[in-house]
Design a protein around this ligand. Structure first.
Ligand code: ADQ
Length: 444
């Protein structure tokens, strides 16, 4: 059976959330970049609506056709929390925590990938283009290829692809590789990720290596620009007008290095190297039922309490901590008001927060402290680069960012990185991937 969509996006989540019985768009660069393509090509988006054990019919939201895939509570636990986020996520982020290998989780991962592949096969018109997103759906290209040999399949991995020696730990490594190989084109964030995949494929005599490419993802730059002075003044007043305002914005995830950044700040305070400084740390709740996420949250919150207890004064905490999502407009005010942005992941496919911050400083204000292990460090190469595994390196980058503030070199670096992000936005990313996929299709 084939559907009538010439273009199909398949992602773990639909680009909407259900709030009080209403569908509301969940903000994200991916949907911003793909919406025009979807509308132009009578496309549809296949994904999970975010509620276990709920059945929804296909519907249209903001002009985009949405095709819900139903997941039950066991799917959520074993496919999403289990294999996707307790096996693949830590394995692909270089074992920051130990991946857990469970046969039932694997079986569930395969079964759920089959559901997504079936839904995509039903939605795609004859000869359609199907673009599969991310690590939760690595078997979909292979499964879909068998169901629908006529369609062109792209796959993009948003997270790092590990070194082959790490990947080989995975008991189901061959099946995952075969799944990915069903794609006509596989896109990666960094050349390093692409090289890791190609090394792995080269060592497998059975491998049929598809076309690969490096496509660093970006932001919808039209959403981020410098806030007006009044908004900036208000944020700074709310945190008692420190001389240096630092900012961290992350999903609360152990890959992001939040605790290490707090440790660096605490040590700088201890050594008297940081004066009149405050940090706003916004951490979005994430994967909250998984033990390693609970432990990360506990560690972060303990450090926030300890630092404020040691160095804060009544009405003047050092760390202003928000454990919830904030609207994009408010995020933009925070980015614009912050003198120093701290992006210190141990490993990150790209890290869009770094790009969002840079986009809010077209005038050369601000400074970015950036981990060398974030994909963004390839393009944002004039940031104050640090090694998050080395607390001295994080401390030195913070201090050098503060010292360089307002210097011509610092301004020049921010202006140049801002121009780069504006030019290389998420639409350009989507166009680059899709035009390469169209070229592969013509040669098939
Ligand atoms: P994430 O790990 O989620 O994404 P990131 O790229 O930083 O990481 O994107 C997070 C997004 O969430 C940003 O757009 C940010 O503005 C938003 N966000 C974070 N905290 C927020 C808060 N408290 N309130 C509101 N919004 C908040 C994965 C990979 C990344 C890769 C992206 C895209 O791990 O490496 O860059 O996919 O490919």
């Amino acid at each position: 059976m084939s559907g009538d969509n010439a273009f199909v996006v398949v992602a773990n989540r639909l680009p909407v959330d259900r709030v009080d019985g209403q569908w509301v768009a969940s903000p994200g660069g991916l949907v911003a970049a793909l919406a025009p393509v979807l509308k132009r090509n009578s496309g549809c988006w296949v994904g999970w609506p975010g509620e276990p054990d709920a059945t929804f019919s296909p519907f249209t939201h903001d002009g985009i056709r949405l095709q819900p895939v139903e997941l039950d509570a066991d799917d959520f636990e074993e496919f999403y929390e289990g294999f996707s986020n307790s096996t693949l996520w830590p394995l692909y982020h270089d074992l920051i925590v130990t991946p857990r290998y469970h046969r039932e989780w694997w079986q569930r991962y395969r079964a759920v990938n089959e559901k997504f592949a079936r839904a995509a096969a039903d939605a795609a018109a004859e000869g359609a283009t199907v673009w599969v997103q991310d690590y939760q759906l690595q078997l979909v290209p292979g499964l879909l290829r068998e169901m629908r040999p006529d369609v062109t399949i792209g796959f993009f991995l948003h997270i790092p692809f590990p070194n082959p020696d790490l990947f080989r730990q995975l008991p189901w490594r061959t099946q995952v590789l075969r799944g990915l190989e069903g794609a006509d084109l596989i896109g990666f964030q960094r050349r390093r990720d692409e090289a890791n995949f190609l090394d792995l494929a080269a060592s497998d005599p059975e491998a049929h290596t598809p076309r690969t490419g490096t496509f660093p993802i970006s932001i919808d730059a039209s959403e981020f620009d410098k806030a007006d002075d009044a908004a900036i003044t208000k944020v700074r007043e709310l945190v008692s007008n420190p001389r240096t305002l630092m900012l961290g914005v992350d999903r609360l995830d152990y890959t992001k290095g939040i605790l290490q950044r707090l440790t660096a700040i605490e040590e700088l305070l201890e050594e008297g190297r940081l004066e009149s400084a405050a940090l706003i740390q916004v951490a979005t709740p994430s994967r909250e039922r998984i033990d390693s996420y609970k432990a990360t949250r506990a560690g972060v919150e303990e450090a926030v309490g300890r630092i404020n207890g040691r160095y804060g004064k009544l009405g003047r905490p050092v760390v202003h901590y928000e454990h919830h999502a904030v609207p994009k407009s408010q995020l933009r005010n925070y980015y614009s008001a912050a003198d120093i942005m701290l992006v210190t992941p141990f490993k990150d496919g790209m890290n869009l927060v770094a790009k969002e911050y840079v986009a809010c400083h077209p005038d050369g204000s601000g400074a970015l402290v950036l981990s060398e292990f974030a994909g963004a460090a390839v393009e944002l190469n004039r940031a104050h680069v640090c090694n998050p595994f080395d607390v001295e390196s994080v401390k030195n980058s913070i201090v050098s960012a503060i010292e360089a503030q307002d210097s011509p070199a610092a301004r020049d670096a921010m202006v140049q990185m801002n121009a780069h992000v504006r030019e290389h936005d998420v639409s350009r990313w989507a166009e680059a991937f899709l035009s390469e996929l169209a070229a592969v299709r013509r040669n098939r």
